[in-house]
Ligand binder design. Structure first.
Ligand SMILES: Cc1cc2nc3c(=O)[nH]c(=O)nc-3n(C[C@H](O)[C@H](O)[C@H](O)COP(=O)(O)OP(=O)(O)OC[C@H]3O[C@@H](n4cnc5c(N)ncnc54)[C@H](O)[C@@H]3O)c2cc1C
Ligand code: SF4
Length: 497
């Protein structure tokens, strides 16, 4: 039990990629950090690898829904996020790619400003990759901390098909521990992307940076929802929180406060706290993703082995001139268990889809999406059981988003067909797992709520380090960029704390 929560140098709200990497950097330089996190620690038991418990029952489900209106719907539907120490990193697939030089063209800093932080993040996260193999690799990737492991059989099938089509598949740089004998090593199971790792071989940020740090310099206060940030003049002075266990409220003072609650909750928290910048919550992006699935005339993964191993970036720059952005990448993705496929399949074909699960193989298409001012996070008039307004999301894809995604889907279908696939089915990803952009960093306050150091304009001591800061989504998975930015921002904070 914590005694005195005051007296820390920095208070960090949220323990995902941004919060944990920043915390690590500050602790390394002797600062004392208090992390307030609404979730609990991961269980790390057998149910973390149980597809029903994680994907259908959502055992880490948050207490209040987010109201989402998308795809032209008139009404809002309820969506529940997970709440856990480590945030989405606990469920992520470990793909750790850098954005490319061109992706920074509309950002207030350049790729060069990120190079050393990217390198540091790759080392800290123990990324396994093969430098020089990605045809659109940005400069400065001289080596990865570890070599990738050999391709498992399902990935080999995709590699062979890609090469037959003249493409250049490469190993996804992965933050999974295959090689370091000082830590639990990956068992190559088939419940990785979307699941906590029971044995902590996935280098999520709870395991890598927060667990076991008991020096007294760090306290992670779990089950603690920050309700509001309090301001005094040009500075923030304290945060008000609610203890989820008993509903009691508390206050923590802080000289520096860092918001890292994720791209949905961080803008909501600023709005609850009375911050009035007109772009808070605007420009929500989440990539325009789809899974392209084919049925094969044989069982595709009889050993049920891990195969999120291959990436294609061949089409990355195909539309830069036309649409002003990257297209994106294609990556391996596992096939869920029959009961999960049955649950999500369209009415009437669910039984058949479940029966075909063992013969399916899929590719995930990750396309850049436009930052549109109308896509936003705001607060509803509806309140949750603790009296806080529910968070609301409004989101629509642009025609360009769909064009980019369709370009990748077309190519993914060619790869899977060449690999031997017969019947195809493509479905969009509806989640906000790659949410970014809602508190964009900018060179002027007119264009975004954060300055280039990710400090809230006109507030001396409030920073944001989660995916909210990103001015565009780019065409690769976001975690490594969020990690690198948190390390970059930590340097600014260290200059005055
Ligand atoms: C299934 C899945 C697979 C993915 N795979 C990949 C991948 O392979 N590669 C990749 O790069 N990216 C992947 N991602 C995306 C990646 O995980 C996220 O982009 C990244 O983890 C986001 O980090 P963040 O710091 O912005 O926020 P989050 O991870 O959302 O962290 C925010 C934290 O703040 C806490 N919080 C929120 N509100 C409050 C509050 N009011 N008070 C206290 N605490 C609060 C949350 O509980 C959470 O722990 C995946 C995501 C998912 C869900
Ligand atoms: S594949 Fe490896 S890292 Fe992923 S959940 Fe299984 S054991 Fe953990």
């Amino acid at each position: 039990m914590s005694t005195n929560l005051n007296g820390y140098d920095v208070v960090v709200i949220g323990s995902g990629f941004g919060g944990a990497l920043l915390t690590h950097a500050l602790l390394n330089e002797g600062r004392r950090v208090l992390v307030l996190e609404r979730g609990r620690w991961p269980y790390r038991d057998s149910e973390d690898w149980n597809q029903k418990k994680i994907l259908l029952d959502q055992r880490y489900k948050g207490r209040a829904p987010i109201l989402v209106r998308q795809y032209g719907a008139r009404n809002y539907s309820e969506m529940y996020g997970n709440e856990v120490v480590g945030g989405k990193s606990v469920f992520y697939g470990g793909a750790s790619l850098r954005l490319r030089e061109n992706d920074f063209s509309k950002w207030p800093f350049s790729y060069e400003d990120f190079i050393t932080s990217y390198e540091r993040a790759e080392i800290l996260l123990g990324v396994h990759g093969s430098a020089g193999s990605d045809p659109y690799e940005p400069k400065g990737v001289s080596s990865y901390p570890f070599e990738p492991i050999g391709l498992t059989a399902p990935a080999q099938r995709i590699e062979k098909a890609g090469k037959k089509l003249g493409l250049q598949p490469f190993s996804i740089p992965l933050a999974i521990n295959f090689n370091d004998s000082n830590k639990p090593r990956c068992q190559r199971c088939n419940t990785c992307d979307g699941f906590p790792c029971q044995i902590e071989a996935k280098n999520d940020v709870a395991t890598t940076f927060l667990k076991g740090t008991k020096s007294g310099a760090l306290e992670v206060k779990t089950n603690t929802i920050v309700e509001r940030i309090k301001t005094k003049g040009e500075r923030v002075s304290a945060v008000e929180y609610i203890d989820k266990n008993d509903g009691s409220r508390g206050l923590v003072e802080g000289d520096t406060i860092v918001l890292a609650a994720g791209a949905i909750q961080s803008p909501a928290l600023l709005k609850r706290s009375g911050f009035e910048h007109p772009l808070i919550g605007r420009f929500l992006m989440r990539h325009c993703n789809a899974v392209c699935s084919f049925v094969f005339p044989f069982v595709t993964n009889p050993e049920q082995v891990f195969h999120k191993q291959l990436c294609f970036s061949d089409y990355y720059e195909d539309m830069r001139d036309e649409l002003g952005s990257a297209v994106g990448v294609i990556q391996d993705i596992y096939t869920p268990a029959p009961e999960i496929i049955r649950h999500h399949a369209p009415f009437g074909v669910s039984w058949l889809a479940g029966c075909l699960a063992s013969r399916m193989q899929n590719l995930l298409c990750i396309a850049e999406d436009d930052g549109q001012i109308s896509n936003k996070v705001s607060l509803s008039n509806r309140k949750d059981s603790l009296g806080m307004p529910l968070v609301k999301i409004e989101h629509e894809y642009s025609d360009s988003d769909i064009k980019r995604r369709n370009h990748l889907v077309k190519m993914a279908r060619r790869i899977l067909r060449t690999a031997g696939g017969l019947l195809s089915y493509t479905y969009p990803i509806d989640s906000f797992s790659h949410a970014v952009g809602t508190l964009r960093s900018s060179t002027s306050p007119e264009n975004g709520p954060l300055d280039p150091t990710c400090r809230v304009w006109s507030v001396d001591n409030l920073f944001v380090v989660d995916g909210s800061f990103m001015p565009s989504s780019g065409g690769v998975n976001p975690s490594l960029t969020i990690a690198a930015n948190a390390l970059r921002v930590a340097k600014h904070i260290l200059t005055y704390t």
